[in-house]
Write a protein that binds this ligand. Structure first.
Ligand code: NAD
Ligand code: 4TP
Length: 326
């Protein structure tokens, strides 16, 4: 089987993405799989800042030794670590779209994305809420955001929207779709036969029999009943505060949370070096880091590359399974 060809998108030029790429270059086994979509100048500056060797080569060149990295250049307007300059937004978005184009055209087998500063793209006029949503739109398909570590997978019904809008967004149709996509991915991408999924409630204590909210009775329970009748093993709706107890996690393959900050803090609380962000439902694998742009430490050589390197490994393994992900 040939090696996976991964499009790796640098992300925010002012953040830690460039130094993560510079670390990647020190690992020729991984770098051989990757082509970076991002600014050559920024990656060179990051390598200098953190004191590692870098030899940028053409996009079609082979990787023969440590330090080499294939880069397709998306020049930036300004380069300063710790600052997300909206004038670079066009380059950030062009790199992302070009990586996606490469996957859609079959030139790449999967995409790995570095962290993007949502606020900077907004300031530049882009209607960007997240790469998950960009991928859904570009691939014209429904997707699910799942963050995964070795011992925990958390999928989200809603992703990047104000908390105020969450209850109305959690509709029976969206919940059913999320559960179907998550269940299918657990079977195909994660090779789990007959997976069991824990589904959280929306309200404190999962609504406490309607005393603390009605979404559990009116929206969540009926969808679970429908899908259980088809044979899906679903537990819930469970109160979110206790659903992550080790005893419950031990018997479940994934947790489906209703909104971003209901599920992700649990996953990120043990550090930002163990998990990755996987978009389920796409025609090709997409894996991202579990952390953000970390402007506060960019260019200082203290950022952990672990989630980034793990994202490359997970993406490569998803490609190698050769199992349809959509
Ligand atoms: N994959 C993505 O594109 C992605 C993911 C999360 C957040 N974001 C975006 O990133 C921006 C900043 O978000 P934030 O401040 O909430 O989260 P963040 O993850 O950037 O930073 C949170 C804290 O974790 C630290 N940190 C992050 N990554 C680290 C690493 N690899 N090694 C060591 N320490 C690390 C930071 O220094 C900071 O103290 C926002 O615009 C957010 O939307 C993007
Ligand atoms: N929700 C993600 C997280 O917290 O890790 C992050 O914002 C990135 O999402 P996208 O991959 O959709 O940009």
């Amino acid at each position: 089987m040939s090696s996976p060809r991964l499009a790796v998108v640098l992300g925010e030029p002012g953040g830690i993405g460039a130094e993560l790429c510079a670390y990647l270059a020190q690992d020729p086994e991984r770098a051989r799989l990757c082509t970076i979509f991002g600014s050559t100048e920024v990656i060179q500056a990051a390598a200098r800042a953190i004191g590692v060797a870098l030899d940028i080569v053409e996009a079609d060149a082979g990787i023969e030794r440590a330090g080499q990295l294939r880069v397709i250049d998306f020049p930036v307007v300004s380069q300063r670590f710790g600052v997300a300059d909206p004038r670079n937004a066009d380059a950030v978005m062009a790199a992302l779209h070009s990586g996606i184009d490469g996957c859609l055209a079959g030139a790449f087998d999967g995409i790995v994305t570095g962290p993007i500063q949502k606020s900077s793209l907004h300031a530049a006029g882009y209607n960007y809420t997240g790469t998950t949503e960009v991928l859904a739109s570009r691939c014209d398909t429904d997707v699910v955001m799942m963050l995964a570590r070795d011992d925990l997978r958390v999928a989200l019904v809603t992703t990047h929207l104000p908390l105020r809008n969450v209850p109305d967004a959690v509709t029976p149709a969206l919940l059913e779709r999320t559960l179907r996509i998550t269940h299918a991915a657990l079977e195909t991408q994660f090779a789990l036969a007959d997976p069991q999924i824990v589904v959280l409630g929306l309200n404190p204590h999962a609504g406490e029999d309607g005393v603390l909210g009605h979404e559990e009775h009116e929206v969540i329970a009926p969808v679970l009943a429908l899908l259980r009748a088809e044979g899906m093993r679903l537990v819930g709706p469970l109160p979110a505060d206790t659903a992550f107890l080790p005893s419950i996690r031990a018997t479940s393959d994934a947790v489906v949370a209703m909104y971003h900050d209901q599920g992700l803090p649990v996953l990120k609380s043990e550090g930002l070096d163990r998990a990755v962000n996987i978009t389920l439902g796409l025609p090709f694998p997409r894996v991202a880091v579990d952390h953000g742009t970390a402007l506060d430490i960019a260019g200082q050589g203290v950022a952990s590359p672990d989630s980034f390197l793990r994202a490359i490994d997970v993406c490569a393994s998803l490609v190698q399974q050769r199992i349809p992900t959509g």
